[in-house]
Design a protein around this ligand. Structure first.
Ligand code: KMH
Ligand code: ZN
Length: 273
């Protein structure tokens, strides 16, 4: 079993949640920066970042990303990963915009799919446009794969040179419309990867903990956080993002997979080269 330090990514806000469903949701730049710092102090090395506007709505505005980035940078060192997914329905130009700020990483969703009752549109043209914004700004891509066919799309688009060959992989499992968060699905996805490819899994809802545990055992990395799961256990809301990170750190320690420091995470991902 791999003893590689565990890169924990904290998805601290998301685009879909509201305070009605999760009262502790960080919304303002200060609240988001505070949540990021707490998650990093708990053991996260990557902050997967969505931001909200003055009304608490998801936005891809560059000025808001800039403000939040500055506030996070003033509080802690971490790998900042901007979402280019935004919210369902965000036009592709807006999705790309924050990448101009040159974060350490940016996400790239790998296919159109049902997203609950909505359609999350990621045509090959959209993927190509966002991929170009990412590479033009010399940012590292994290490929978001929600379904097996999207992994085949990755292989095909990398071969064509449309998606960066050097990337980190994130399997987001459990979206209604995507692949379920099951062990057999995770094993199947990981078996399709090239040797040496770094990967993580983000299990949604009740899939968050089992997917994290299996990834730790399989030598992968982990994403947790309120964006993907608001519960600590059935019927009990998580107190914070940090609480979800702390639990993974404790479990990983038992597997001899200490939480990666930010520097270690940079090294593992090839961000320090
Ligand atoms: N909000 C979802 C529709 C990403 O951050 O890259 C897309 C999403 C993916 O959250
Ligand atoms: Zn996201």
């Amino acid at each position: 079993m791999s003893n590689t330090p565990l890169i924990i990514s904290a998805a601290i806000v998301g685009a879909e949640l509201t305070r009605d469903t999760y009262p502790n949701l960080p919304l303002t730049p200060d609240e988001i920066a505070e949540a990021a710092e707490e998650a990093v102090n708990a053991g996260a090395s990557i902050i997967h970042l969505h931001v909200r506007d003055e009304n608490g709505l998801p936005t891809q505005r560059v000025d808001v990303f800039e403000t939040v980035t500055e506030k996070i940078r003033n509080r802690c060192d971490c790998i900042l990963q901007y979402s280019t997914g935004g919210a369902v329905g965000t036009p592709v130009e807006l999705r790309c915009n924050p990448v101009s700020l040159k974060p350490d990483m940016a996400t790239l969703s790998m296919g159109t799919m049902n997203f609950g009752s909505e359609i999350y549109e990621n045509t090959e043209e959209t993927i190509t446009t966002i991929a170009r914004a990412i590479t033009d700004n010399d940012v590292m891509a994290e490929l978001e794969v929600f379904d097996f066919g999207q992994l085949e799309t990755v292989m095909r688009m990398v071969k064509k040179g449309l998606v960066p060959e050097r990337h980190h992989m994130d399997f987001v499992l459990g979206v209604p419309g995507g692949m379920a968060a099951t062990i057999s699905n995770l094993v199947m996805l990981v078996n399709r990867l090239q040797e040496g490819q770094t990967w993580a899994v983000a299990g949604l809802g009740r899939g968050q903990l089992p997917m994290a545990m299996h990834s730790i055992a399989m030598g992968g990395h982990v994403r947790v956080g309120i964006e993907d799961n608001i519960y600590y256990r059935k019927g009990e809301l998580a107190v914070s993002n940090a609480q979800l990170v702390e639990r993974v750190v404790r479990i990983a320690r038992e597997y001899d997979r200490p939480a990666a420091t930010v520097d270690q995470a940079r090294q593992i991902l090839g961000l320090s080269e």
